[in-house]
Design a protein around this ligand. Sequence first.
Ligand code: ADP
Ligand code: MG
Length: 716
Amino acid sequence: MSDSTARRLALTAATSRPGRALPRALDADGRPQRVSQVFGSRVFHVERMKQRLPPEIFARWTETVERGARLERPVADAIAHAVKEWALENGATHFCHWFHPMTGSTAEKHDSFLWFDHAGRPVEKFTGSMLLQSEPDASSFPSGGMRSTFEARGYTAWDPTSPMFLMDGPSGRTLVIPSAFLGYHGESLDEKAPLLRSMESLSKSASRLCALLGAPVQRVTATVGPEQEYFVIDKAYAVLRPDLVVAGRSVLGAAAPKGQSLEDHYFGSIPPRVLAFMEEVEAELYALGVWAKTRHNEVAPGQFELAPIFTEANVAADHNQLVMQTLRKVADRHGFAMLLHEKPFAGVNGSGKHVNWSMQTSTGDNLLDPGHNASENLRFMAFLAATLLGVHRHAGVLRASIASHGNDFRLGANEAPPAIISVFLGDYLTRMVDGIVSGSVANLPAGQAMIELGVSRIPAIAKDNTDRNRTSPFAFTGNKFEFRAVGSSASISFPTACLNAAVTDGIDELVAWIEAGDDVMTAVRRALTESSAVRFDGNGYSQEWVAEAERRGLPHARNTPAALGYLHTDAAKSLFGRTRVLSAEELESRYDVRLELYNKKVDIEADVLGELVDTYVVPSVLAEIQAIAGVAGKLADARLAAVQAAGDALLAARADLRTAVSGTPDGSIAQVANYLCSRVVPALAALRGAADASEKLVADHRWSLPKYREMLFVNG
Ligand code: ADP
Ligand code: MG
């Protein structure tokens, strides 16, 4: 007989957890410690390097980083010595190269500093070569066929532009060295190298455009601030849900009666238990030098957000991984399960990661910040036009960059950006852009055209852009773009690298036009005209937009296999080749790895839903039938008929899932993906529907799985 004893115990656990709070930290004078006093305490940041390195070594290091050159051995040795001493003083025993394989998460292999001297006595040792490079066995990480297991050697190489830091263990510390992961022939096996290369290309191209506009700069950096959404529920529920345990998502569960319909959670006061968790997360992140800035409730019950202050794209990508790791780790200490999945619960909003993005010059100017004089405004218009051109030309690649099994449940689902890439500019900018395109100012000198268009008023107006469109996947928000379609569990590296590549391409085109004789305004006008179709300020959730986007020729991939197809085109190969972000082989591997991951995720969901139905739902339904079967009277008869009908529907849908799964073709990964997407995913949805209908009928005390109303609403 199936019953709800475990569920009830979970409810008790969830409502009776003792609170956990950190002792208030005090400074030497007994006053509350300020964040600025502890920020970066576990980071070997530039200031610390400057203090601890001989001046000439520090100067050579700075020069190397700025030129993007190779570190010479003596410099590496000196840095290794300094960081080892700092790490040992702070209780570290181990070091590790920390890298980002194509799984989307991070990997690390720890080695202790322990070594022996000439007399065989124990010492701590860490050299420049240990800092620069290590050789983990690469064979167990996905490579998309780039490296077969007999050629398993890969190596990790320190990324000197992302600072080293100390990771806390339960009773020790590890020095973490942010690294790139490469195959033996230099091919990139990770998420980081393409991001770094895309930043390099963007910097070169953007600097060229700046020079052509008469204001040369040394470098341009892609800046990123990713807002992270997540759900927390009590751990006691999560461990009773096999789907949450293996898939990170509930694959069945009837909607809670209330859902998010009262709209009372967004920006509401943060529940004390969650606030305590957030405070501890932030304390950890501050020590790690992560600029955690904003925290608030999100739209769905149990859903929250953490946003950092923006920084260089590669550091932001490292930091976002630290944010996700820290959220997971600290949640556990507070008795929470951290759900970073894009769609943990049907019927309420899913989670995304808004990747705020811009470009910043070496002198600190934001190239997407409308300026205060005509020449700055011309520069703004040129970079805006280049961005629009790049996003329009490579909308398919950008769509592919955010494609994942989890994001399929979210995109285009009336709560998240549609699966069509378009750009929101807002009324004011749109009027200006339209003015340029229609030619009303085309023959004026650039400076005068800017005045005529009223560009000098942009800063005030764009920042106060109250009609911010929540339905756009790529929105201009005053002085940056917000790429809102990225999934909450995804690494931001690949989407950012694709965006950098697309915009680099747009800039290169503008540069080519200007160098071939166009004046700047003409080139801007050409770019804005060509990219007109990608601009859309209307409601991205509407059906009309889908039809309109098709008329405009914008790519619309409804699911991951279709979206990933945009990586498998000559246009993509050529874009990544020209911008030197990925070789043809490396691009192919991204396509393979992502498709394979999709296939695995569908397989896992089919397994776990089948098992849940067979071992939880069916026994509950049977127990219900058994309980009513002997009872006489109309009420019992009606109920029995209803439960039996639900049981029959369940059985039919279960059989169909089996048929669907067993029909999986023995073909290429793309064939398998297309089949799973068109046949198995709908079968899963149908079986879920049948299971959820049963849940609504079966007596509550005979239902063994924690319900949505408990997981979403009863957490302490
Ligand atoms: P919201 O979008 O919620 O209104 P903000 O506009 O203040 O919030 O910022 C959202 C995110 O955008 C933050 O992480 C912020 O640091 C980031 N951001 C702000 N300026 C830039 C920029 N120039 N480049 C990249 N990210 C930026
Ligand atoms: Mg935002």
